[in-house]
Design a binder for this molecule. Sequence first.
Ligand code: ATP
Ligand code: MG
Length: 573
Amino acid sequence: MSESQKEESGYSDFIREAVAKDLKEGRYKEVHTRFPPEPNGWIHIGHAKAIYVDFEVAASFGGKCNLRFDDTNPEKEDMSYVEAIKRDVKWLGYDWEDREFYASDYYETLYELARKLIRKGLAYVDDLDEEQIKEYRGTNVPDKNNITYTPPGKNSPYRDRSVEENLDLFARMRAGEFPDGSKTLRAKIDMAHPNLLMRDPVMYRIRREPHYRTGTQWCIYPMYDFQHPLSDAIEGITHSLCSLEYEIHRPLYEWFVSNCEVFPSRQIEFARLNLTHTVLSKRWLIQLVREGMVSGWDDPRMPTIAGMRRRGYSPEAIRDFLGRIGIAKTDSMVDIQLLEHCIREDLNKKASRYMAVLNPVKLIIDNWSEDKIELLDAVNNPERPEAGSRKIPFSKVIYIESEDFREVPPPKYYRLFPGNQVRLRYGYVITCTGFEKDPETGRTIAVHAEYDPDTRGGDAKDNRKVKGTIHWVSAESAIPFEARLYDYLFEPERPMDVAPGHSFMENLSEHSLEVVPKAFGEPAIADVPVGETVQFERIGYFCKDPDSTRDSAVFNRTVGLRDTWAKIEKKNS
Ligand code: ATP
Ligand code: MG
């Protein structure tokens, strides 16, 4: 939609426009949506988009949104997933109130609706097995001009059973008289329909597998295409919003609604979220978890909501991102740097600043007396003056980042090298006077400097222009911690693009996690609560991990400070 069209309609996207039209024309009196996860894994940022669309569209019209577990695959579902999904939807900031529903609660109603279709001559029990059903259905084939052509399928020899026989067989399927896979209930639509999904789709299958909620009560389970529209109807869902891959299912959705004569829910599809350097499907994510490629569903490299939370992303930043990408009708690939840009913008406002050194080398201030400790004032958050300030101890021996010293400086290097001056953040200007090397490895093991007493941060008397400022941590009070530095889980932008016979797993990056076992932070980092994200000045944003104990903290790098997206935006504007 162009900007001017947007203004005309007053709605920011095509879904809200369609919903508004439905209300205006009296098709529905109110708006009621649902988010329908299958409890077979933890939800990811793609689901967050669906949650955002479902809840926000309803809210725009003063409507409601249900949380419904679409739980009709007993093999894969589990209560632990239900709990994880509820926790994550809530964390994202959405409230379904008392409207928590389960498709498995509708089994009896669905069974009755299936009998209704049988009675109307619109469903039959079939004895063909899975392979035969596929074969009779037919497939799309390219013709000699390479245009897809779908030759008609073949009717099943059991298609014309009488209503009585079908009702009897269906009841016996439920009663457990037939082995798994030996019979199905199918809708009687059209075996020559150009849409393969309309060629007598299976409504029920026999499966002796205990279900996490209904136990062994049922040995027949409804298929998604039958169950979903009817669950929507049972709940009085007006707008059943779903991702684009369901577009081809819509005629079937409408067929079940109209032939079962139930509440006429309307399905509207929107583009899936795809993100670069990521895979967004529970099927792939579960494989990463099972094969131990990540530490679990909440590994901070995972695109799951739990992973992002542990990484240090906030719900506000995720919602900001979802708002910016908008709701469109065509699938596209979103650059993960836009998400990171939203995370940085949010954290820049919120995160308290601290000093920490990841790759320490000792710096000795030779003209500072041995036992003297001075407390320097540091601002907690320059974006929020009300966050106040704190005291940081300064002493003779401090740690600095080893890359902030060079024996021989490259061009335009304004940090420490023999003879050069830098300002220590919040502290004094120092001059590098020398360094010590390990004779065996050649590595610098200590840097020497002298400080100028007239240059203390904030009250420098000589207004000296010093080009570089470096961060530091006083050695005598430094808190050691483990830093986990994360990078993209997958090397290529589109990890699913693989040659035939290859797996996306081959695209896993070898640099997605670097552990720094002993970094040092200023004393105040000991008080940072688990789950809080802070900024380590000049390094990046870090979130304290639940693996932290009282004596040893772990910080996850949320995101670095350099915003490549802001640069791209600037260039394009
Ligand atoms: P997955 O492929 O990750 O298993 P799914 O569609 O099988 O996803 P469901 O639990 O059935 O998982 O999805 C619940 C809802 O989330 C559906 O309405 C689906 O359309 C939506 N959804 C899933 N993935 C995305 C995505 N990447 N972008 C937008 N919506 C999505
Ligand atoms: Mg699904």
